[in-house]
Write a protein that binds this ligand. Structure first.
Ligand code: ZN
Length: 681
């Protein structure tokens, strides 16, 4: 599970001063580091620094280098998983970008370039967040002209296809709104497998897939593997089969490269545990055996090496049925100082569990090994590039979490970069009700956000237990929003607990008040800036934030806990009673934990559909207008730094880190150097 920046903070952190978070500043004789390097459509491209890299040992630097290479090798996988024609469209557009001999200064060419950048950003032709297909702002005739006037490049034609046939076929994929309209469609009551464009199923219905996997599950198995995690499901000769993603299977060309670099990493692993883990992972990539994957995760969760990584098919947000995982990688090393804060929280995990307001039947008697650390990200890949999470809590398998704990990390150099990039944007001034709110947000918002992330990741997801016989897939398509709601509520509830002061994590009430203000403002209002007019909320984390904010707003309305105010035609949400609000968070936590523990699908459905999905059209229009005037991009993503080995003969004697600032160049280089999959898989 992971948390994304905009779901944690948006309002508070976007504007906050927060210079106290981390020492990433450049020496004064150098120009200041440029955090934002590009902006187009609703997207901005940022950069992050890797403070502390130079103080790593040579062996650790080498390890970061090898793991970073492995992180880049799976890029094509994510494109292909998102939609089966993504690689065809990407390669066509890249060929145009390289070979077009016409005028490159026209509106058409600029619009085409924007389309290409959007596609790179979203790892395909669907918006990375809304899941809707997006379109180039050029005509089909102009597109054909771009292809026809591109020279010295190869287009991904099918065998025997004429140039005209090729253009027609690719144009249909790009321009026809009915072809792959939505990457994921979880509309109630439909066949989600059929309706979703994701390339995880082919020629099968939702019912068939569900039956297929239900037949595999063994009743009473208390260590179930993550069924379906690493395969595509297809029908062959009328029979439903899994096509596994392994070195010899589907995506083998890319996975073999990942394995190549992981094998290099084995040679410089920090200790035996990390070495064993890497070997297990390699073995899993070769066999596709999900038992091996679980064994790997058990080792990985206990590995406390300074340099660490995520690499694999991990998160299931991209699957309408929540089973199949997107490929991703994050390479990182521990930030010792900031880790102290997270450790304080995690070492008190049992106290938090014992004092939680939830029904004692759903509490864990012993909360095991919730390890928490703050990390410095060194490289992002697959599903984490360029839109990275700011916190991760893994592994996802429930029985491993229960028996071996989970590893929870916050990525502070990423949040720091977000903050630096967004200072002075005017966002907070527009949506905050009063100068006091702004002051509170600026002063306490950054710490409050970090603490929220720590609590959400270190404790929230790990807290509570399922009743015997209940599995996480009981909530099906509502699992993700409900799970995120649960972790968020845990964080919100405890941020205001006196225990936080006792532990020395906060100085008083200002931190939680800052977080409550920004959370409600975001859930009621400002997150709507990322929704197109007329659309509902689809994304799990956004549903969760909307759900919580609207539920407490409604339940507290009799006592005016949160007040909707209007001033100069602008809407604001103002918290009148922080203590009552905290109680409401607690009440909702009790209910959401019950739903989770009992696997109460019907209650989950009602909660999400009633509070998390629908959008107040009038307010939405107003928010978009106010936001539009600020000319900001609601979504951010990050370019990667580049690690350059310094060689002496055949030996690496040092690794240097460089920070390129041209997004197009990085993308074209990735496509030239890390593109291993055929166009059609
Ligand atoms: Zn989460």
């Amino acid at each position: 599970m992971k948390s994304h920046f905009f779901m944690i903070a948006l309002a508070t952190t976007l504007l906050a001063g927060c210079g106290n978070q981390q020492q990433t500043q450049q020496p004064t004789d150098q120009p200041p580091f440029k955090y934002q390097v590009d902006q187009f459509a609703d997207l901005k491209v940022l950069r992050y620094q890797v403070p502390g890299f130079d103080s790593l040992s040579l062996k650790q630097k080498e390890l970061v280098y090898y793991l970073s290479q492995a992180a880049l090798c799976g890029r094509d996988i994510m494109f292909d998983q998102n939609f089966k024609y993504n690689l065809a469209v990407r390669r066509t557009c890249e060929a145009i970008y390289k070979g077009y001999k016409g005028d490159r200064e026209t509106e058409d060419f600029k619009n085409f370039t924007t389309y290409l950048k959007r596609m790179w950003f979203s790892n395909g032709i669907h918006h990375h967040y809304s899941n809707d297909k997006f379109f180039p702002q050029i005509s089909e005739a102009s597109f054909a002209e771009l292809v026809e006037n591109s020279e010295g490049v190869e287009f991904p034609k099918l065998e025997g296809e004429t140039p005209d046939q090729f253009i027609t076929r690719i144009s249909t994929i790009i321009f026809d709104p009915t072809v792959g309209a939505k990457r994921i469609d979880q509309t109630e009551g439909i066949d989600m497998v059929k309706a979703s464009a994701v390339n995880l199923y082919e020629g099968v219905t939702q019912k068939e897939v569900e039956n297929f996997y239900n037949a595999m599950r063994k009743p009473g198995d208390n260590q179930p593997v993550s069924y379906g995690l690493n395969s595509k499901v297809v029908k062959e000769n009328g029979k439903i089969v899994e096509k596994k993603w392994t070195t010899d299977g589907l995506y083998g060309q890319a996975i073999s490269q990942i394995v190549y670099w992981l094998e290099k990493a084995v040679g410089v692993a920090e200790d035996e545990s990390q070495r064993t883990g890497l070997l297990k992972l390699i073995n899993y990539y070769k066999t596709g055996d999900l038992k091996t994957w679980d064994e790997y995760n058990v080792i990985w969760v206990q590995d406390t090496s300074l340099v660490d990584y995520v690499n694999g098919f991990i998160e299931v947000y991209g699957d309408p049925l929540g089973m199949k995982a997107g490929w991703e990688s994050v390479v990182n090393f521990k930030d010792m100082e900031a880790t102290h804060r997270a450790t304080t929280i995690s070492s008190n995990a049992q106290w938090f569990e014992d004092n939680s307001p939830i029904d004692p039947r759903f509490k864990k008697e012993t909360v095991k090994g919730v390890s928490a650390k703050v990390i410095t990200v060194a490289q992002l890949g697959g599903d984490c590039y360029p839109t990275t999470p700011i916190g991760i809590n893994l592994p996802n398998a429930n029985w491993i979490r229960a028996q071996h704990g989970s590893k929870s990390v916050t990525m502070e150099n990423i949040t720091y970069a977000y903050n630096q990039a967004s200072m002075g944007s005017g966002f907070l001034e527009e949506f905050a009700y009063s100068p006091e709110e702004i002051e509170l947000s600026k002063k306490y918002g950054p710490l409050a956000d970090n603490l929220h992330t720590d609590l959400h990741e270190c404790l929230g997801h790990g807290s509570g237990k399922l009743l015997p016989g209940v599995t996480t897939d009981a909530l099906r398509n509502y699992h993700s929003p409900v799970e995120e709601t649960r972790a968020d509520l845990f964080a919100l509830y405890y941020l205001a607990d006196p225990k936080m002061i006792e532990l020395g994590l906060v100085t008083g009430e200002n931190e939680y008040k800052a977080e409550y203000i920004s959370y409600i403002r975001n859930g009621m209002m400002t997150q709507l800036t990322r929704i197109e007019p007329g659309k509902n909320i689809e994304q799990a984390h956004m549903r969760n934030r909307s759900l919580i904010a609207h539920w407490v707003y409604e339940k507290g309305s009799a006592e005016n806990v949160i007040e909707k105010k209007t001033r100069d035609g602008k809407t604001y949400f103002v918290i009148n009673d922080f203590h009552k609000l905290r109680n409401l968070f607690g009440q909702l936590l009790i209910e959401v934990q019950r739903i989770t523990s009992e696997g109460d699908y019907e209650a989950a459905r009602k909660l999400v559909e009633n509070y998390g999905v629908k959008v107040d059209q009038v307010l939405h229009k107003e928010v978009l207008e106010r936001y539009g005037k600020l000319k900001l991009a609601p979504y951010g993503g990050f370019m990667n730094p580049v690690f350059v080995p310094v060689m002496e003969n055949d030996k690496i004697i040092d690794v240097k880190v460089e920070y390129p600032d041209n997004y197009i160049e990085q993308m074209m280089q990735y496509s030239a150097n890390y593109s291993y999959l055929p166009t059609y898989n």
